[in-house]
Structures are given as structure tokens and as C-alpha cells.
Ligand binder design. Structure first.
Ligand SMILES: [Zn+2]
Length: 368
């Protein structure tokens, strides 16, 4: 081994959402995930390498990530040149995620999930903006920069339904869900009267661009600051817009790295949620579990003890329920291998996220 070969070398950097730091080049390529500023959260990786076929690639600090129990069911998505993303099953050995470079020559990108690209969001916004009565409210980078897509009945009496995705910028299953949701609305020549949708596909664009798992560029986790919107630009922008334009229902979409299924994170017991709001959630969950083979009604995160009061105060859905007195739901999507509603194992993909988003749009359009 030469002196040059053993010294840390930069990886090839993908255009956005990159996360990965080369730490050694010995008999393979060793990479570390870079933790978020602030909380130190880590799980997301996205980097590119150029190496001979068969070269071993390892994520050497996988065991120090935020959700280490998620690795055995994780997949590594890869693509080279202009080819589509494909999934490979890595090994989780010696507390490291490991696989072999599958392609001869050329640069190959790797990621925990196919990254939702900026050009797709821009194209989606253009299509929404082209619809009569709809609007793509442009990002204001000085205020957190989250674009908002607004479609449906513009009368003041319409129900205002908010879909917030990507607060945790590199929870990409949620970003693909947002596109599917908007596609579901765009597929209708006419949207139902009495309902207006506000879809925020990427609520944390600075964290997305920086390759953070959860934090914005300033190192804040937006989903801990909904009780203090003045302290976090991403949250403040949305609370101001909800206050100004109204809100009757919120769906906040995330990714769970360990549970391996689609589920609603329900906190009613600790929130003392009023029964009319519980009924709204039950109607949505029944509808979505009927419309999709991926959601089993009643699957839950196994909270053993009450969430800490500061967690209930700062998380989006509980905070919105308290602030506005409306039903606020948290939908969690899987990543890697997952169990569908029947309990069969399958691979969660962008297509599954989009299909669930379309199903959710249909359910909420039909909800009266
Ligand atoms: Zn999240």
C-alpha cells in the first residue's frame, strides 16, 4: 500500500443531498456518514465512487447511527451514468454496512434511498402553476425556502388541508409521497368543491441540500420546534401561512428507519385528543387502509411510556393540534425492506411512496 493510497481521499460528490466522507482506501473503500450539526443524528448517506468492479465498500460508522437496528433491513440503492436506481442487499457485518461495487469502471452513486431530485420538484411546481386556480408559492430562501403547492377550491369557506413532507430533509420516501399526492390531484380535471390542498413537498430544503438526516442548515431539528415557530425559519414560515390562510387538517409525513411498515403515529392518549378529531383520523386511516395494500389499520409505534412533554410540545402534529384545534396526523413510511398490510415482505421504493401519496389524495378528496 502506498502512502498516497492510504490517505483520506474525497469521494465524488453528487449534486445535492450528499453525505459520506472517505476515511480509508486500503483493500476497499471505507466511508463514514457525517452526523448532522446540532443533534448529531445520522443515517442518510449518498455518495459516488469510481472503482473497479467488486471493490468492497463499507460504511464503517453504521453502528453509531441514530437507528442502528434499521441496518439489517436496509438496502443500498445504486446507479451509474444515466441508468435507473436499483437496490442491492448489503451485508451488515462487524457493525458495518458492506457491499461490493457492482459495475466495472465509471462513477457509481450510492444512497440509502433514491434521492428525490430538485428538477422533479421544479417540474411539479410548474405543472401546478399552470392549473387554473392553483398556485406554486415560490420558495423564499431567507425564510426557510420551502415551496408550497396549492390546489382546489379557493373560496374562504373551503376546508384547508395541509400536507407537510420533508421536514427531515433527507427522509426521501416522504418527498416521493408528496409528488404522488400532487399527481393524484393533478390527475383530476376538476377537484371537489369545498376543499383546498396545501402541499409542502420539501419543508427543509437547506437540510436536504446539505445532506443532513434531520437538521436544517443551522443545525436545528424543525420537528422539535413547532411550539417555538419564531426560533426556526422553516417552522415559522409554515405556521405564519397556516395562521393566515387557515388549517382544518394536517398530514405530516416522515420516514421510520426501524419499524419496517407504513403506520400512523397516534398520540391521542397523551394528548387527550377530543373525539371529533379522533374520528377524523380514524376516517382517514380506514380510507387509506382500504385504498392501499401497504397500510394495515391500527399498526402503531409501540410507545411503552408517555412521550416527554417537550417532545409532545415541539413535534409538528401535536403542536398543530394544540395551536389550531384541528386533526393533525403523522404518517410514517418505511425504507428498505418492509411488510405490507398482509404482512408480506417487499421492497419500499419511490413508486410505492408515490402510489401511497396518490391513494392519500383520493381519500382526502372523498372525505366529507
Ligand atoms: Zn422525520
Amino acid at each position: 500500500m502506498t502512502e498516497q493510497a492510504s490517505s483520506p481521499t474525497p469521494l465524488l460528490r453528487p449534486e445535492a443531498c450528499a453525505n459520506g466522507r472517505m476515511v480509508a482506501l486500503a483493500d476497499g473503500i471505507d466511508v463514514e456518514i457525517e452526523p448532522d450539526p446540532g443533534s448529531g443524528a445520522s443515517q442518510w448517506f449518498h455518495f459516488a465512487v469510481e472503482a473497479p468492479a467488486g471493490t468492497r465498500v463499507r460504511i464503517v460508522n453504521a453502528d453509531a447511527s441514530t437507528y442502528p437496528s434499521g441496518w439489517p433491513s436496509s438496502l443500498v440503492w445504486w446507479r451509474s451514468a444515466a441508468r435507473k436506481w436499483r437496490a442491492l442487499r448489503p451485508r451488515f457485518e462487524d457493525a458495518m454496512v458492506q457491499w461490493n461495487h457492482p459495475e466495472p469502471g465509471g462513477a457509481t452513486s450510492y444512497a440509502l434511498f433514491p434521492p428525490y431530485p430538485a428538477h422533479r420538484l421544479a417540474a411539479l411546481a410548474r405543472r401546478v402553476a399552470g392549473r387554473p386556480g392553483a398556485a406554486a408559492i415560490a420558495a423564499d430562501p431567507a425564510r426557510g425556502g420551502a415551496p408550497r403547492l396549492v390546489l382546489g377550491d379557493g373560496s374562504p369557506s373551503a376546508r384547508q388541508i395541509w400536507i407537510v413532507c420533508g421536514q427531515h430533509g433527507n427522509e426521501h420516501p416522504a418527498l416521493w409521497f408528496a409528488e404522488g399526492f400532487v399527481e393524484g390531484l393533478l390527475a383530476r380535471p376538476v377537484l371537489p368543491d369545498g376543499v383546498r390542498f396545501h402541499v409542502v413537498p420539501l419543508a427543509n430544503p437547506t437540510g436536504w441540500a446539505a445532506g443532513h438526516l434531520r437538521a436544517n442548515a443551522a443545525g436545528q431539528d424543525p420537528n422539535r420546534l413547532w411550539d417555538r415557530p419564531g426560533t426556526c425559519r422553516e417552522v415559522g414560515t409554515l405556521v405564519d401561512a397556516m395562521t393566515g390562510g387557515g388549517i382544518d387538517l394536517l398530514l405530516d409525513v416522515h420516514t421510520d428507519f426501524e419499524m419496517g411498515c407504513v403506520y400512523l403515529d397516534v398520540l391521542d392518549a397523551w394528548m387527550a385528543t377530543p373525539s371529533p378529531l379522533v374520528a377524523v383520523r380514524e376516517r382517514f386511516e380506514r380510507g387509506l387502509s382500504t385504498a392501499s395494500t401497504d397500510l394495515a389499520y391500527g399498526r402503531r409505534y409501540p410507545w411503552q411510556t408517555a412521550p416527554r412533554p417537550e417532545l409532545l410540545a415541539g413535534m409538528c402534529a401535536p403542536a398543530i393540534e394544540r395551536r389550531f384545534g384541528v386533526a393533525a396526523l403523522t404518517l410514517e413510511l418505511p425504507i428498505g425492506l418492509y411488510r405490507n398490510a398482509r404482512g408480506d415482505e417487499d421492497v419500499w421504493s419511490p413508486q410505492r411512496s408515490e402510489a401511497l401519496g396518490r391513494a392519500a389524495a383520493a381519500v382526502l378528496m372523498a372525505d366529507r
